[in-house]
Design a protein around this ligand. Sequence first.
Ligand code: TXA
Ligand code: MG
Length: 356
Amino acid sequence: MTIVFRLKGFEQEGFEIQYAAGVLRRGGLVAFPTETVYGLGALVWDERAVARIFQVKGRPSDNPLIVHVSSVEMVEKVASRIPEDAYKLMEKAWPGPLTILLPRSERVPRTVTAGLDTVAVRMPSHPVALSLIRETGEPVAAPSANLSGRPSPTAGYHVIRDLMGRVEVILDAGATLRGVESTVVNILADPPVLLRPGAMPVEDVERILGRRILIPGFAKGLEHAEKPLAPGMKYRHYAPSAKLILVEAPLYTLECLKELAGYIRRQASLNSDGGLCVVATDETLQYYSGSGLKTLSLGSRRDLFEIARNLFPTLREIDEEDCGIAYVEGFPEQGLGLTIMNRLRKAASEKHYLNC
Ligand code: TXA
Ligand code: MG
């Protein structure tokens, strides 16, 4: 049985959070909001509870979890050593959407790290997440609270849809602020490596570190990484059940976008099946009028924060709108654009490249 608590004003949350923390301490599973996406938490020390996370999500056991903390003291419990670069990032980027790899303390069950000798750690900034961890008094291991392979949950009802009846508690605090997962960096490597672009632009992480970060092809969503470099990156992700076709261009000037829209219209007209949709942007919506394509907009290209926030809900909407095939336009890979393209390439079953 699952208890769903709807959280509104933070002043009323004392009881709900205390209850949820008690459930975690006793080995139960709690889904909770973070500023990025919802997480599905278990007490980090409880191997059985952690194993249940994998089972509930249908997650491959070689894909490690992120450990969530509410203080630097908690980091010291799960890491055997904290390098200088980690302190820099913790000071400047936490609480916030940045996950740091650290050497694993022996106390952390291998189930959490999928057998790796590193542990991924982050301090979320969502007040509910922070008070839940604080109240639990121990670090909380949590992947995103979706069924494996589905788009990450950015609203309480996404979690309810995926996990109702499978976990003890769902804390529903409405929509999340950022809408995409945290950025994951490996600062133990030299140069540091981006393992997953996320809600914090990699350029900002470079600025804090004062050094360049290597961006491998798999972080762009271009190739699949093999274990153990970035285990999560070898799986197809975030995919709607509709067939998603990503159309990329070398540039995204208005001219290129017009051509891109023309290409999508031609492709769609060759396709006689029903349920043809296009995921466009405010700037390009006009180019699809009269095409018969059902159009959805991710927002304005001038506001990648908004595009990122709308991304996963839109991927879920594609299925609700009965789109058999959905075309989606690409984005330039700077700042949050890299994150958006990583998610789109992983979600897409086909990629088309346009010259313009
Ligand atoms: O924003 C987020 O990061 C959300 C919220 C809930 O905090 N969590 C999240 O967790 O996205 P998950 O499990 O969906 O993604 C964790 C990613 C995976 O790609 C995993 O492979 C990687 O982090 N990861 C975790 N531990 C790792 C490690 N020791 N080495 C390399 N990659 C690791
Ligand atoms: Mg996930």
